[in-house]
Design a protein around this ligand. Structure first.
Ligand code: IVH
Length: 708
């Protein structure tokens, strides 16, 4: 290997390892197995030993936090562990309170008490106490399923084995495990001092990485040696609650012997809330731990319950973030990456720089428009910002104009850098896509990688390297082929790096996914706009994948049948079509973009083959979500007229919680109409069709009865 080759590979490894490390530590969503990750790190170490003078400033051997912990067992959370929406400006906070009032139908002058406390940059953890004793500790994971870390959490002094005083039979305390800034610095220094070779000493990038790495240890004794802290900020499942407000329950938790934030307050006036925010911001640098904002929560728990959550975030809480941290560095290159849907994404390669405690070497440039807007050129000095967990962004070019003018403007490629196919922008879209579809090796690779990734089918041991190997051998082209890999068992056993044990383990891991969770399977197909949340929403209503395919066929027919009427403008026509599509799907929060994506996917014969081949290999069980049973379960309900006690959104959410569907217009499919004062044409239509009509009070009785 020449020096130039080694330097190139070291650069590639630095980028790859940093990406996977961030996916694992920051996003909690690794895309490759621990073994594949270790292989990358080993390769990097080997090259650095051979070419010590090529060790990079951003070398993974210097930067990366702890290697992924050995496999921890998983546990499904009884109640999902939510995340938070963000507010940046004061107005966003005022909007939040207005939204709460509107949703609850409170008069504009009603006081809404909020709690406010710092948002610590740690990792969230759920501690389940049964009869006052710690029974289970779990990380957040993807919010639905976490990792079991009971033995490790039990070593943390802030986490008592037994609660003090009278606690409910079952109570899950939720909060944040974190490390103080001083302890983090000391830990890094200790690891440096204890390392055999100081050049190779592992160093954590920031306190949050250090906390995550320390908690997810195989050996609880290692966790015990790390200075971890915990503070509670909420709760999950509880057999009963000790109080009726957020603030008072938090005080009860403190009374049981678990730390809560020192700076937890309760206030009704927005002024008081915002001045607490500024007070915390002012002392941010002096606090012993890293914080990235202040969290506000609606104090009344009956209101929290009514507000519920949308997607992964509660309607009753919001994180007011501190302004992003900024830094300047040099843009050394602009690379074009090809994603699984063929989207070309420009990535800025940067001279390493620290922003808010993290070494940054890459930043996203989003798309061609963004490069043009910034007029970013290779060699420019750029200002970066990094806010919380988001990928660093380039805010502006700061090179003096005369110098900037001497640099060559960036020319966006007209072809895909991977397969040479044309790179085109779809009408009305800024994104540029490779038109190569599955002939593009990058797209094929990315799609398969996505299919087996942790958020989708989660096939253990099938990492990037293996996927590339099987693609090169032409053993796999599409997802179904993965389930036929076992036909190559004997050939694979003979290949370098594979042994009988590892091959059989892989086949076993694949076989274990023959009855996958339907939403994960759907998400794994990588259809545009269908993330895991949308996949679940769709399947909640349609139950099986064949039923979804039938829906897609209906949508294709609907698109064909909907034509512009004479003189109708293109924009008007599009709106009318989109409305019809969203209504036909009939799932709240699933819009026309998803409908078009489904229709586009099934319109393509090749995709149908991929889909049918896959369904011949796997049989996902029907997706049935338990809902409260009530007389309206499975019914279609239309709300019309004005409602007084609740908002339209809350009424719809109530209907969904009872397993009913809330529709926008009355048709033969409607089972029930809830009409308030002022109801007009819908009420008339219901009468014509002989549909049952009730008033708001009767509706609320149904809701109450189901909750009993
Ligand atoms: S409440 C139901 N309060 O921030 C809402 N979260 O960005 C659940 N976090 O996953 C979270 N400090 O891990 C809440 N005072 C605080 C917090 C806090 C830190 C974390 C938490 C959550 C993440 C959301």
């Amino acid at each position: 290997m020449t020096e130039a080759e080694a330097a190139a590979e070291l650069e590639r490894l630095a980028i790859e390892i940093a990406r996977h490390s961030a996916l694992y530590h920051t996003d909690d969503a690794p895309e490759i197995s621990d073994a594949d990750y270790d292989a990358l790190v080993r390769r990097n170490d080997e090259l650095e030993r051979q070419f010590p003078h090529l060790i990079r400033a951003d070398s993974p051997s210097k930067q990366v936090g702890a290697a992924p912990a050995a496999h921890l067992s998983k546990v499904a959370h009884k109640l999902p562990m939510l995340s938070l929406d963000n507010a940046f400006a004061d107005e966003d906070v005022a909007d939040f309170v207005d939204r709460v009032r509107r949703y609850l139908k409170l008069p504009a002058d009603t006081e809404v008490a909020l709690t406010a406390e710092p948002k610590i940059d740690g990792l969230s953890c759920s501690l389940r106490y049964e009869n006052g004793a710690l029974a289970l500790a779990a990380t957040r994971g993807d919010g639905t399923t976490g990792e079991v870390v009971t033995a490790n959490a039990a070593t943390i002094a802030d986490i008592p084995q037994k609660l003090r005083g009278e606690a409910p039979d079952v109570f899950e305390v939720r909060g944040e495990i974190y490390m103080s800034k001083a302890d983090f610095a000391e830990l890094n220094a200790r690891m440096l001092a204890e390392a055999e070779d100081p050049e190779k000493a592992r160093q954590f990038a920031n306190p949050r990485n250090a906390a995550a790495g320390s908690l997810r240890q195989k050996d609880a004794a290692v966790t015990a040696s790390r200075p971890l802290r915990f503070y509670a900020h909420g709760w999950g499942e509880a057999s009963s609650l000790p109080a009726e407000t957020q603030y008072d329950v938090m005080q009860a938790i403190a009374g049981w012997g678990i730390p809560i934030a020192d700076d937890l307050i309760r206030a009704t006036a927005l002024d008081a809330i915002l001045s607490h925010y500024r007070a915390i911001e002012a002392k941010r640098a002096d606090l012993p731990f890293d914080i990235d904002g202040v969290v506000y929560k609606v104090d009344r728990l009956d209101w929290q319950k009514r507000l519920g959550h949308v997607g992964k975030a509660p309607r009753w809480a919001i994180a007011h973030k501190f302004p992003a941290e900024r830094a300047e560095t040099i843009l050394t290159a602009i690379d074009i990456q090809v994603g699984r849907t063929g989207k070309l994404t420009p990535v800025a390669r940067l001279e390493p720089v620290t922003v808010g405690g993290v070494v940054v070497t890459n930043a996203t440039l989003h798309n061609a428009d963004e490069i043009a807007r910034l007029d970013a050129r290779v060699g420019d000095r750029v200002r970066l910002q990094r806010a919380g967990d988001v990928i660093p962004q380039i805010v502006e070019v700061t090179t003096p104009p005369a110098e900037h003018a001497r640099l060559a403007p960036f020319v966006y490629p007209a072809t895909c850098p991977q397969c040479g196919s044309e790179a085109v922008a779809e009408e009305g879209e800024v994104d540029i896509r490779c038109a190569g579809g599955l002939i593009c090796p990058a797209q094929r690779f990315e799609r398969l990688r996505h299919f087996v990734s942790r958020g989708a089918l989660d096939i253990e041991g099938l990492g990037e390297k293996s996927i590339q190997e099987f693609l090169d051998l032409e053993w796999i082209k599409e997802p179904a082929d993965i389930f036929r890999l076992k036909e190559h068992r004997d050939e694979l056993v003979g290949r370098p790096g594979w042994k009988e044990i590892s091959v059989d383990k892989l086949i076993e891991a694949i076989e274990a996914k023959r009855t996958p969770d339907a939403p994960r399977l759907l998400f794994g197909l990588g259809i545009r706009h269908i993330g895991i949340v949308t996949a679940r929403d769709l399947l909640k209503r349609y139950t099986t994948l064949p039923a979804l395919q039938a829906l897609a066929d209906e949508l294709i027919a609907l698109r064909d049948a909907t034509q512009p009427v004479l003189g109708e403008e293109a924009g008007k026509f599009r709106n009318r079509l989109n409305k019809a599509i969203a209504e036909h799907i009939g799932v709240d929060q699933v819009g026309a973009a998803v409908g078009h994506a489904l229709a586009d996917f099934f319109h393509e014969p090749h995709n149908r083959t991929v889909w049918e081949d896959l369904l011949a290999e796997v049989s996902p069980p029907d997706y049935v979500v338990e809902t409260l049973q009530s007389p309206v379960t499975g019914k279609t309900i239309v709300f019309t007229g004005s409602l007084e006690a609740i908002s339209r959104d809350e009424a719809k959410a109530q209907a969904e919680a009872l397993g009913a569907k809330a529709a926008g217009s009355v048709s033969a499919k409607t089972d029930l109409v809830v009409a308030g004062p002022g109801a007009g044409s819908k009420l008339k239509k219901a009468a014509e069709l002989g549909i049952e009509v009730i008033d708001e009070a009767a509706w609320l009785e149904i809701v109450e009865a189901a909750r009993q």
